[in-house]
Design a protein around this ligand. Structure first.
Ligand SMILES: NC(=O)c1ccc[n+]([C@@H]2O[C@H](COP(=O)([O-])OP(=O)(O)OC[C@H]3O[C@@H](n4cnc5c(N)ncnc54)[C@H](OP(=O)(O)O)[C@@H]3O)[C@@H](O)[C@H]2O)c1
Length: 218
């Protein structure tokens, strides 16, 4: 794979985050497949995203989205295990990037859900031994992604092995118009995922869409 040309499939792509990412990637000229458990929902989302982006977007079931070169996961955490387990065979040999945050929203507080594997991304890696699993986009608000007038001025922490991180940073992050930063291996995913609770709480208090910016790196 050469960064920049891969097709992108999104499992759970009909939701806010999936549509937001799809819109930016389609606008950048990527071939994007929005996956869903319900093909009619996927087709409706694909029409919307194609109109908003002026790009090339297909609505398919989640199995169809697994056919893309790179597969991004944007299901809620509650549906993640079943989704990746169901598609493990189709995802073998692919780069799979999780954007899933294991968060709990109750009584006005946002906290993390304990994950036996350590993080949502490590759960994915455990279920997909034949895939190359990374994680990114956890902290990037769908509201910002969907507002194409908004230039993304925040960083995207990327957790993955070096080769997959390179592909995510120079390909997927660059096409969002965001700076991707390789922070290290998948064992760090729990902190990137969990930090989203901080951002969401801050965003509620300040009525904004705060993001992350690393200083002191080129
Ligand atoms: N929203 C954000 O700003 C944001 C930012 C960064 C990261 N994230 C992460 O991205 C993920 C998606 O967030 P979202 O706000 O887009 O969520 P969402 O809209 O609630 O859900 C995304 C999609 O997942 C599918 N889905 C729902 N329940 C499912 C289940 N039990 N099993 C399989 N698929 C299921 C649905 O698609 P179908 O019904 O069409 O299958 C839904 O449209 C979350 O893990 C979140 O932590 C979100």
């Amino acid at each position: 794979l050469s960064a920049g040309s891969e097709s992108i499939g999104i499992l759970g792509g009909t939701g806010k985050e999936g549509r937001g990412l799809a819109t930016r990637w389609a606008r950048a000229g990527r071939s994007v497949s929005i996956g869903s458990r319900d093909i009619a929902r996927a087709e409706a989302a694909a029409i919307e995203v194609a109109e908003a982006s002026g790009g090339k977007v297909r609505g398919v079931d989640n199995s169809g989205a697994c056919e893309a070169d790179v597969v991004v996961l944007t299901t809620p955490f509650a549906g993640l295990d079943a989704t990746v387990s169901e598609h493990a065979t189709r995802l073998a040999g692919k780069v799979v990037v999780s954007a899933v945050n294991p968060l709990r929203f109750d009584a006005g507080t946002i906290s993390t859900v304990a994950v036996a594997e350590g993080s949502a991304a490590e759960l994915v890696a455990a279920r997909l031994p034949g895939s190359r699993v990374g994680a990114a986009f956890h902290n990037l608000s769908s509201k910002i992604l969907l507002d194409l007038a908004h230039e993304i001025d925040e960083d995207v922490p990327v957790v993955a092995d070096d080769e997959a991180a390179e592909l995510v940073i120079t390909g997927l992050c660059a096409d969002l118009g965001a700076r991707g930063v390789a922070v290290g291996p998948l064992t760090l995913a729990r902190y990137v995922e969990g930090f989203t609770a901080v951002l969401l709480t801050l965003n509620r208090r300040r009525k904004t869409q705060a993001g992350i910016r690393f200083t002191g790196i080129d």
